[in-house]
Write a protein that binds this ligand. Structure first.
Ligand SMILES: [Zn+2]
Ligand SMILES: [Zn+2]
Length: 236
């Protein structure tokens, strides 16, 4: 549990802090991409996001005992001596699974009985990298169980299992960065995930997927693209 806590706190600080430096200083200095929404943050928003994120990190840390328990009880096993190709393929499968799992749970969180729990996350109208883990404990439990079902179905390599929370946080973080990394990329491109998720925070209904938007396409929940000009207040 202590390792789990240290792991999740470490990747949150490294990836969210790194993304803040990247999108607030480095990329603007290089004139690569632009801020999506120029509206100012709410008073105390970063403090609010950091405190809810700390609670989510605690829940993920405590929850990391479950994959360990699955292995201990023999419900799941780790692959022995996996080669790099197997690890890469498992990582690709988990990346797609992460989007399917996120979409399903996110849709659930937008249903009437659960929407009040998701309101916590949507208080960040203009998102920041620190919005990524800023959610209610119930949302942390729903999203944090992403690894459990795949472990029951397949003997994954330890490296692939460990990569999932890192990939998930990295991509989730980019999606909340309020930064258009590739303005020329089409609306469906994976590099446009930050534009799509920004629209989700502005419009609330639609664009429930994350890195990919195939689930939004299949279930007809895609929001139409809205041109994002630098400095234009979105939703105006
Ligand atoms: Zn939402
Ligand atoms: Zn969000």
């Amino acid at each position: 549990m202590a390792w789990g806590l240290a792991f999740f706190a470490g990747i949150y600080i490294a990836l969210c802090g790194g993304n803040w430096l990247l999108t607030r200083y480095l990329l603007p200095a290089l004139r690569a991409g632009h801020r999506i929404d120029a509206k100012p943050l709410r008073d105390g928003q970063i403090r609010y996001e950091l405190s809810w994120s700390a609670l989510s990190i605690s829940i993920f840390g405590i929850g990391s005992i479950l994959p360990w328990a699955f292995l201990h009880w023999g419900w799941a096993r780790l692959a022995q001596d996996p080669g790099p190709l197997r690890i890469a393929m498992e990582m690709a499968v988990l990346l797609v699974w992460n989007d399917i799992h996120f979409y399903a749970n996110h849709r659930l969180l937008h249903t009437k009985p659960l929407r009040r729990f998701h309101a916590q996350h949507h208080r960040s109208l203009v998102t920041t990298p620190f919005s990524t883990y800023s959610f209610h404990p119930l949302e942390a439990i729903l999203l944090g169980n992403v690894i459990l079902l795949p472990m029951l179905l397949h003997d994954f390599s330890f490296a692939a299992l460990l990569s999932l929370p890192v990939m998930s946080l990295l991509l989730n973080n980019l999606g909340h960065s309020n930064y258009d990394f590739a303005p020329a990329a089409g609306h469906d491109h994976w590099l446009s995930a930050s534009r799509r998720h920004h629209l989700h925070h502005i419009r609330y209904h639609g664009n429930y997927g994350f890195l990919f938007n195939f689930m939004d396409g299949w279930f007809r929940t895609r929001l139409p693209d809205e041109p994002m000009a630098p400095g234009r207040p979105a939703g105006a």
